[in-house]
Design a binder for this molecule. Structure first.
Ligand SMILES: [Fe+2]
Length: 168
């Protein structure tokens, strides 16, 4: 399989914001995974919003609506940060999806199963966000660190609210 050369040299059109060219490449790549995870979880959350049944219907239906709205807004901020780093945003969902660390499968049929799956996805995303945030801080990219920290806060709160909804 052909591999694409990674451009790490500064070009005249690159943003001159004090970040190293090689760091902008690495950070944009990490943000692609964050974006892929955000979209994958957005779709899964929406699917569960539609299909949930049983006694937990109303709280799960409402909470998932709150969450997919947040995830949609976040996807825009993440993609725009990739652009601000001087890199192109992904051009298709097909290209983006394989970069996700969470599974797209939304096959749970019970409300508890859906909630457990969402908890697990939010937890996994926080773990990879923390790793990415620390790498950004190391590269002096405080703006991306701040964005990723805010995303961690959202996902950690989501874990708490989903657990509370399930009565765990
Ligand atoms: Fe709805």
């Amino acid at each position: 399989m052909a591999t694409m050369a990674v451009e790490t040299k500064t070009k005249p059109t690159d943003p001159r914001t004090g970040l190293q060219a090689k760091d902008r490449v690495k950070i944009a790549k990490a943000l692609e995974t964050v974006l892929a995870d955000t979209y994958t979880l957005l779709v899964k959350t929406h699917v569960y919003h539609w299909n949930v049944v049983g006694p937990l219907f109303l709280p799960v239906h409402h909470l998932t609506e709150e969450h997919y709205n947040d995830l949609f807004k976040a996807a825009d901020l993440i993609a725009e940060r990739i652009r601000a780093l001087g890199k192109p945003a992904p051009v298709s969902f097909e290209a983006l999806l394989p970069k996700a660390s969470v599974d797209e499968e939304a096959s749970n049929r019970s409300a508890r199963g859906m909630v457990q799956q969402l908890i697990s996805d939010h937890e996994n995303i926080v773990v990879s966000l923390r790793e990415a945030a620390l790498a950004c801080e190391e590269a002096d990219d405080l703006v991306t660190t701040d964005l990723l920290t805010q995303r961690m806060a959202f996902h950690e709160k989501a874990v708490w609210m989903l657990r509370a909804t399930a009565g765990d």
